[in-house]
Design a protein around this ligand. Structure first.
Ligand code: IMP
Ligand code: MG
Length: 174
């Protein structure tokens, strides 16, 4: 049996996403921005976040492969879906659901930086900072969560639970 405990409520997510949108709007002050969602986990967060930002925005997605070969032309990271927009000279904001060891974002940041972009920043809904194994600068953080496996609001466990409107910690119970 799986027991789930609410960690972040729907209302708290909405409040924080609004604040992040305001901070991003302020920081880029009218400059166009390309927001790249990391599939699949970031799809709900990205959808809510873009609606709190008042800037000219383009949206794209990238998917990172867990195993096997990908379609990204770089040896840094394996992707199964690459971005499609022309990113040359653009300001990029990578949008992630959760940063754990930091390995995914370090590699993705390198991959995008190699494409002659103007800048690459990172926005994550959740930062599991205590679990970091490699250093990565995260520019916008929704919530810092100490530990546990989280699901909901895009986050999955074996592809389940992504559709929950709040964020839960799941534990196996008897
Ligand atoms: P890392 O930072 O490279 O270790 O990987 C982060 C990725 O691992 C995230 O994009 C998630 O897909 C997945 N992940 C890490 N922790 C969790 C969690 O608590 N719930 C769901 N997915 C997680
Ligand atoms: Mg992910």
């Amino acid at each position: 049996m799986i027991v789930k405990k609410e960690i972040v409520s729907r209302a708290d997510i909405a409040r924080r996403v609004k604040e992040l949108g305001q901070a991003i709007t302020r920081d880029y002050s009218g400059r166009p921005l390309v927001m790249i969602g990391i599939l699949n986990g970031a799809f709900i967060f990205l959808a809510d976040l873009v609606r709190e930002i008042e800037l000219p925005i383009e949206i794209d997605f990238i998917r990172v492969a867990s195993y096997g070969s990908g379609t990204c032309s770089s040896g840094i990271i394996q992707c199964t879906k690459d971005t499609e927009l022309d990113l040359t000279g653009k300001d990029i904001l990578l949008v992630e659901d959760i940063v754990d060891t930091g390995r995914t974002l370090v590699r993705l940041k390198e991959l995008l930086a190699a494409r002659k972009v103007a800048s690459v920043k990172i926005c994550t809904l959740i930062d599991k900072r205590e679990r970091r194994e490699v250093e990565v600068e995260v520019d916008y953080v929704g919530f810092v969560v100490a530990e546990g496996f989280l699901v909901g609001y895009g986050l999955d466990h074996a592809q389940q639970h992504r559709h929950y409107p709040a964020i839960y910690n799941i534990v196996s119970g008897g």
